[in-house]
Design a protein around this ligand. Structure first.
Ligand SMILES: [Fe+2]
Length: 247
């Protein structure tokens, strides 16, 4: 099954990319089965911050300033020193994307959906609380830009000891929000990626509890990005990916 001759030198992020390609890329094996997803999860389970160019030690002696991402002396991103939610893009093709969100302690990422996507997520360091829902009614029903949703988890603590989680288009908590209890980072594999052109835009929601229906809420799409949400980008400093499996 090895995709490279130099199997002993393959980085973990390369293995993750290769496995994602095998599971998600079109024309390979049709829609992924649960077995495929579980197989891919195992590649995420072993990922550590250094595998994707992040130094998660707590020292903050990096070369930090307002314009650049904090770096360690060996060039890694000092994940625990980011002051804003920071996205590190690793890869995107038409079938899947791989990237990392780094959060400072106390950061909130608002409720958002993953339309028609499968998303695998692994906390690399730190801990985060998550709230998640699945749609009960279509978001395009009579409730304009909203719908009825069932609570899947509330205030669920996820940390680096947890195995990778997975959500599906209709189950597993397709809509979720996060609160960073400590500085933390989440490595995501999304398939397919968000795409305005392909009808998979990123949307944000507010949840309105239903007093007589505990465990359910009406979710309403917000008109614009929440004012207090700022995501900055940082360069990927991990091992270079070989995309030769694409050809
Ligand atoms: Fe998400």
């Amino acid at each position: 099954m090895a995709l490279h001759d130099e199997s002993t030198e393959i980085s973990r992020v390369q293995r993750l990319y290769d496995a994602s390609y095998r599971v998600f890329s079109s024309g390979k094996a049709g829609l992924p089965t649960l077995r495929h997803i579980r197989w891919l999860q195992e590649f995420l389970d072993v990922m550590e911050p250094s595998d994707v160019g992040i130094d998660a030690s707590s020292d903050d002696e990096g070369l930090s300033d307002a314009e650049s991402s904090p770096r360690s002396r060996n060039g890694l991103i000092l994940g625990k020193t980011v002051k804003q939610i920071t996205y590190i893009h690793i890869h995107e093709c038409e079938d899947f994307s791989i990237g990392i969100f780094c959060f400072p302690a106390g950061a909130k990422f608002p409720l958002h959906d993953h339309p028609n996507m499968v998303v695998l997520s692994k906390v690399l360091y730190g801990s985060v609380r998550s709230k998640s829902y699945d749609w009960v009614t279509s978001p395009c029903s009579s409730l304009k830009k909203g719908g009825l949703a069932k609570l899947v988890s509330d205030n669920r603590l996820i940390d680096a000891r947890c195995k990778a989680s997975v959500l599906f288009p209709r189950s597993g908590g397709n809509l979720h929000s996060f609160y960073a209890e400590t500085p933390c980072a989440i490595l995501d594999v999304l398939s397919p990626p968000y795409s305005e052109d392909m009808g998979r835009p990123s949307k944000y929601y507010s949840d309105i509890p239903i007093p007589n229906l505990p465990g359910y809420a009406v979710l309403k799409e917000t008109d614009h990005l929440p004012d207090d949400l700022t995501v900055r980008g940082a360069p990927y400093m991990g091992p270079e990916l070989s995309l030769k499996a694409m050809y």
